[in-house]
Each structure stands twice: as C-alpha cells, then as structure tokens.
Design a protein around this ligand. Sequence first.
Ligand code: PFF
Length: 457
Amino acid sequence: MTTPFTPRQWSSRFAFLMAAIGSAVGLGNVWRFPYLAGENGGGAFILIYAATTLAIALPILISEIMLGRMGKQSPINAMRALIARHKAARIWMLIGWGGVAGAFIVLSYYSVIGGWALKYIELALTGAFSGETEAAAANHFTNFVADSGALMIWQTLFLALTVGIVAAGVTGGIERAVVLLMPLLFILLAAMAIYATTMPGFGAAMKFMFAFDFSEVTPDTVLAAIGQGFFSVSIALGAMMTYGAYLDEDVSIGMSAIVIALADTVVAVLAGIAIFPLVFSYGLEPSSGPGLTFITLPIAFGTIGNGAVIGGAFFILLSVAAVTSAISLLEPIVAWIEEGVRLSRKWLAVIVGAAAWVAGLGTVFSFNRWADFHPMARFGVMEKMTVFDVLDFTTANLIMPTVGLLIALFAGWVLSGPVVEAALGAGGKAWFPWWRFALRFIAPLGVVSIFAANVLM
Ligand code: PFF
C-alpha cells in the first residue's frame, strides 16, 4: 500500500522520548502538581503519587503506546485495524473516537491558557511586574482576562505556533521542535531550581512540599493522585497512541514509558522546588492554577533582583511546556484526517487549528462575556461551572478515565497474553507479568474508584 502522505516515523528513540516527554510535561506539572503535593501531605502525597502512577498510569501508558505501534496509524484508524485483526467488538472504537474528541476539546482550552503564558513572557521581560503589590497583580490579571480581544490575540499566537510545528511534519516539525525545546526547558528549570535554593524561603518551601504528613492523607488524596497521574503523563487522549504509531519496532516501549513517567515526575517536583521558595520568601500564600502562576509569582518577580530575567525565564519555560503538549493534542487529529483526505498536512493543520480556535472562544468568553453563563446549571456538580470549567471537568473526569479504562481492558483482556508479549518484545522479561496484572486488575479498579467518587460526591 502506498501512503498518500509523507512517512511518519521518528528518526531516533531520543526524538520519540523528547516528543513524549514534551507531551507529558505541561501546565499540569507546573501549576497543579506542586500545590497538590503541598496541600495533601507533602512527602506522603509524593509517595502516593509515585505508587499510583507506577500501578495505574504507567501500565496504561505502556498499553497506549503499544496499541499505537500495533495499529501504526492515528488512534481512530489504529483501533479500527486492531479490532478487525483481533475480531473485537466495535465498542472499542471508543478508544479512538473518545481520544481524538477529547484531544480536540483539551486543545481548545489549553491554547487559551497557553496564550496567557506567552503574554506573561512579554509582561515579565518589559518589567511590568516591577514593584507590584498583591492587589495590583490581581488587578493586572483580572483586567487581562476581562479583555476578550486580548485573550483572542494570544490564543491565536499560541495556536499559530502549534499549527506551524505540526504543519511542518513529524520529523521536520514536531521532532525538530522538541529536540530543541525540551533540553531548553530542562536547562531553564534546573537553573531556576538552583537559584531557588539560595532564597530565604527555601526551607519553608521544602517543608511545605516534602514534609511527611500522613494526617492530610484521605481517600480523596489517593483519587487526586490518580487523576493527576492520568492528566500529567498524557494518557487517554490519543497523543501517546499517535506518537507510538511513529515508533520503530526495536525500541523498548516498557523502558521508554518508564523514562517518560519518571521525567514527568522529576519535572513536577523540580517545578515545586523552583516555585515555592519564591512564594515563601515574600510571605505569599501558596496556591495553584492561574492564581499561583499569573498573580502570586508575578508579585515575587516584581520584587526580586533580576526579576525581569527570572520571570521571563519562567514564562518561557511554561510556554515551552504548553506548546509541546499542545502539538501532541493537534497531531492525532491531523494524522487521522490525513489518512482519509487528499489534502496536504499543512492545510489540515491550519483547518484543525482554526476549528480549535473557534471552539476555544468558549473558554475565552468564560472569563469575560460569559463569566456568569453556566451551561450545565441543571447538573448538580456542574451547576456553577463556566464553559471552560465544564470542558475541563468533562475531559479530566469523564473522557480521560473512560478512555483510560477502555485501554486497560482492551490491552489487558481482549488482546491475549502472547499477542501483547510479542507487541512489547517482552518475551521472558520479569516485568511483563507485573505489567499485565496491574493492567488487568489494579488500573481498572483505580479508574472505577475515581468514577464512583465523582458520581457519589
Ligand atoms: N500532560 C499535559 C500536562 O500535564 O499539562 C496535558 C496533556 C497533554 C494531557 C496531552 C493529555 C495529552 F494528550
């Protein structure tokens, strides 16, 4: 069979790893993990996170990359091929459809927040935070998000970067970008973390993040850890499946997945080491999400010496992390359409990007015109949510766990032991039975418990 499009294959294991780590390392690592750890028992949370990631997210990550490499196409067509080959039921197509639909939704809102990170590079470098008080920083941010036109400009810029990289192809675009950007991200992060050790609030920050406090650990802590692990290692949105489709047969998926999950966790912990000393040195309140990133940190950047440089470095780091995740959300969609339509990748990337831009307006308006619009007002848990909150909630709590569960069940129960052993090249490997056990029993149980908790709460 001749492929109608340029070949899609990583040119090295390193390129694949950089792309996959680029996908995993994103906003989730920088603005969610450190705070979750601080609030949920510090070292105890980090330990629980490591355990749930090892037992649940990692086995699913291995499976997702494996399904991609077995199917060798976009998630939708890979699942179609696997279902035919293994005479499985059509319902498993949900893995492909759910993943690609979820990727589109996440891309739509991720681009808006990614745009904020870009805007804040400009603000930091031009010294806009200098001498800023808490009230001024909060005002700055509130005024920015109240301006839908400004949000649209930065969302457009962020999507244009993402589209440009994906349009240039797997090797010519994604690979070229990640082998450059990921090392840059590591250098910036390491430099910031080292600098943070010299700050007066370093001790307090380390206590906040690492002190073992088992009294803070509840069943909710475990659920939060599972959920964070899912989002953070990028499973269940077709991204890793697509990247797996471009992977050589002789690369060990087991080893690669361990490297990806480990790098992702190291970055999350380092982000905390880099961020919280700033927060504690200036007597600020640790928080998470937009508040931490776009209000609390700018206050610190406005006070420290060389704040423009350090703040600029931080927002460049954040933007790099977001762009390399966004390309992994756009690629599965472009790959899928590319397989069925005679249009160049360039045009497809632009068209899908434009569609994500339009869908992203729901998120843009959630912070201004539609701030009081609650689309799910009739649904208990979603009652008070804006469009953005609903999109975030449904992808993180519904689509990702469902697709993740289906991946675990498909790879664990539908595909036979010998088939997956061959697909992973895991013949005689000691970890193989452990992986299969975790996949068949522990991962499904973990996911079902997230569901049960969400429905019951
Ligand atoms: N892992 C990314 C983060 O931590 O921000 C988010 C993400 C990207 C999730 C790509 C899923 C995905 F397919």
